[in-house]
Design a protein around this ligand. Structure first.
Ligand code: ZN
Length: 184
C-alpha cells in the first residue's frame, strides 16, 4: 500500500523533485470512503457543522488523507493519490485555487486563459447534462478542475489532449512530461 501510494505520488513531481512536497508530513489512509466533519462560518458568523463523505483530502500544511480502494472501479476511476497531491502542489503558493506556482518561462496569462476557457466550457457541458469523459466533479471550482485534469493528464492523457488541448499543453509544461506522446 505504501509503495503504491509513493509511486503514484512521485509521478507528478518526477521532473521537479520531492522538494515540491516540503513543509508537511503525513499521509493518513482510510479503507474506502470516509466521513469528514466540516465546519463553516456563515455570513452572520454562525458556525455550521456537517458530515461529508470524501475519497481524499488535502489541506495547507496538513497531512494528505486518502481513501484506499482495493478495486479501482470502486473509486469510479478516480485517482485519489494524484488528485490530492495535485492539490498539495496547488497549495505551494497559498490556498488551492487551480494555479500552482509556475516554472520560469511559463506564462501566467496563458495558464489562466487555458484553464478559464476550459473550466467555463466544462461547467456549461455539465450543466447541460452531458455525459462528460472527465469527472463532473471537476466543475466544482477551479481548484478541483486543476486536480481532476491532473489525474486525467496522467491516467488518460489522450482524453485530456483531445478535450482540452490548451490545458494539456499547460500541464505538460508544468509537470515537464508529455504522457500522451509516450502512450502513442
Ligand atoms: Zn479535490
Amino acid at each position: 500500500m505504501r509503495l503504491e501510494i509513493a509511486l503514484q505520488a512521485c509521478l507528478p513531481v518526477l521532473e521537479f523533485g520531492l522538494d515540491a512536497y516540503r513543509d508537511w508530513v503525513g499521509i493518513v489512509v482510510y479503507q474506502g470512503e470516509f466521513v469528514a466533519r466540516r465546519r463553516i462560518l456563515d455570513e452572520d458568523g454562525i458556525e455550521h457543522e456537517y458530515d461529508e463523505t470524501a475519497m481524499g483530502e488535502a489541506s495547507n500544511f496538513g497531512p494528505v488523507v486518502l481513501g484506499w480502494f482495493d478495486d479501482f472501479a470502486e473509486a469510479d476511476g478516480a485517482n485519489v493519490v494524484i488528485h490530492e497531491f495535485a492539490h498539495k502542489l496547488d497549495m505551494l503558493n497559498g490556498d488551492a485555487d487551480g494555479c500552482p506556482p509556475l516554472h520560469r518561462g511559463m506564462s501566467l496569462d496563458s495558464w489562466i486563459e487555458a484553464f478559464d476557457l476550459a473550466f467555463n466550457d466544462f461547467c456549461a457541458r455539465v450543466d447541460a447534462g452531458e455525459d462528460t469523459w472527465i469527472d463532473p466533479y471537476a466543475s466544482e471550482d477551479p481548484a478541483e478542475f486543476f486536480a481532476v485534469c491532473s489525474e486525467v493528464f496522467f491516467t488518460g492523457s489522450e482524453v485530456l489532449k483531445r478535450e482540452y488541448p490548451e490545458v494539456y499543453q499547460q500541464l505538460a509544461l508544468f509537470y515537464k512530461q508529455d504522457p500522451a506522446k509516450q502512450d502513442a
